[in-house]
Design a protein around this ligand. Structure first.
Ligand SMILES: NC(=O)c1ccc[n+]([C@@H]2O[C@H](COP(=O)([O-])OP(=O)(O)OC[C@H]3O[C@@H](n4cnc5c(N)ncnc54)[C@H](O)[C@@H]3O)[C@@H](O)[C@H]2O)c1
Length: 328
């Protein structure tokens, strides 16, 4: 069985990818420091507790095993925090990833799949955003993703590292098993916070800005189901193992939903009132971020199964009601 090292695999997206790999008969080996992840999210899978900055540990793991590809999900993910504390982000998301690259190089592991982000585009000139759109990240978080993508290009030339960078738009939803789902602490993402307001009537979701140039004045984002993302990772892995070379792909479902539309969807699905209050715009929040994922469709054969918001929210709601999330 082909072994895949999944760094950051105990987190939200990684734990869904681990299951997708296993379903397709790959053997995931999860490597995570549990800073933001959860051991119980990868129950039943091989797990190594470690930091991607720990060169010695990684090199040992990579040399002892027959790892064919590293998928790296490990990073800090909060845009606002990255503005307040950029060094924390440059250290973890860039510095420690360099240790991972060194360990891969010294262990002759040449395939890498990277969790990049729509944040590399910053505020786009037009939507939908294609991979050719200018890269102008507007936060330290977005820049960490941009820098790693640049490094991957350099390492492709110098060391023959083959990589696929997957620029996710807004991951949402949960596995239909109800066993795993979105569980960031602190939670900063819209769907789980809207559902928090459904569970807890004393909690109100804050709508940051109602005066954007959009039909209802609130920000529009592209929500992509986490299992659709997971499938794309398996397709990207096949591409690398087939020797088709490095690539960059947007992953979004191509339709945008406003903050108010997400809240309405959650009201429909949960049957709960969901309190919302207005807040100021957050700096650096573009009005619209919607992906063109045509390239991933054409080259990987990727087709997201979840197209509408209600379907995504329904799976998230099932997870939030499971009681496995213990904190926000
Ligand atoms: N969630 C989204 O909507 C979204 C959108 C775009 C990009 N991404 C990217 O996808 C990846 C996964 O996101 P997520 O939402 O699953 O986040 P997450 O916080 O749930 O998962 C990240 C995992 O990485 C681990 N980790 C962090 N630093 C580490 C280190 N130094 N060594 C070892 N493990 C470490 C954490 O413990 C956690 O399990 C991240 O790289 C993120 O930037 C996420």
């Amino acid at each position: 069985m082909t072994e895949i090292l999944v760094t950051g695999g105990a987190g939200y997206i990684g734990s869904h990818v681990v299951r997708a790999l296993s379903r397709m008969n790959y053997t995931p080996v999860v490597y995570d420091n549990l800073d933001g992840g959860f051991r119980d999210a990868v129950e039943g899978f091989e797990f190594i507790r470690g930091d991607i900055g720990d060169y010695d540990k990684l090199a040992r793991v990579l040399k002892q095993r027959d790892i064919r590809c590293v998928m790296n999900f490990a990073s800090y993910i909060a845009v606002g925090e990255s503005v307040a504390d950029p060094l924390k982000y440059y250290d973890n998301n860039v510095g420690r990833t360099i240790a991972l690259f060194r360990a891969m190089k010294d262990s002759r592991v040449h395939n890498f799949i990277f969790s990049s982000s729509a944040a590399v585009y910053g505020d786009p000139d037009a939507v939908p955003i294609s991979e050719e759109s200018p890269l102008r990240p507007s936060s330290p978080y977005g820049r960490t993703k941009f820098f790693i993508e640049e490094m991957l290009r350099d390492l492709g030339v110098s060391d023959g590292l083959q990589s696929v960078s997957l620029r996710y738009f807004n991951a949402a939803g949960a596995d239909s098993s109800g066993n795993i789902g979105e569980r960031h602490v602190p939670e900063t993402h819209l769907v789980p916070l809207v559902l928090r307001a459904a569970i807890d009537p004393s909690y109100a979701i804050t709508v940051f800005g109602r005066d954007y140039d959009t039909p209802d004045g609130t920000c529009i984002r592209d929500y992509v189901h986490v299992n659709d993302l997971a499938d794309a990772h398996v397709l990207a892995l096949r591409r690398l193992l087939d020797g088709k070379g490095s690539a960059v792909y947007n992953l979004g479902n191509g339709s945008g939903f406003s903050v108010l539309e997400v809240i309405e969807s959650a009201r429909r699905i949960t049957g709960k009132p969901i309190r919302a209050v207005d807040g100021p715009r957050r700096s650096g929040d573009p009005a619209r971020l919607v992906a063109s994922s045509r390239r991933a469709g054409n080259e990987l054969g990727w087709k997201p199964a979840f197209a509408d918001m209600d379907g995504i929210v329904e799976t998230a709601w099932q997870w939030e009601r499971s009681g496995k999330r213990r904190a926000y």
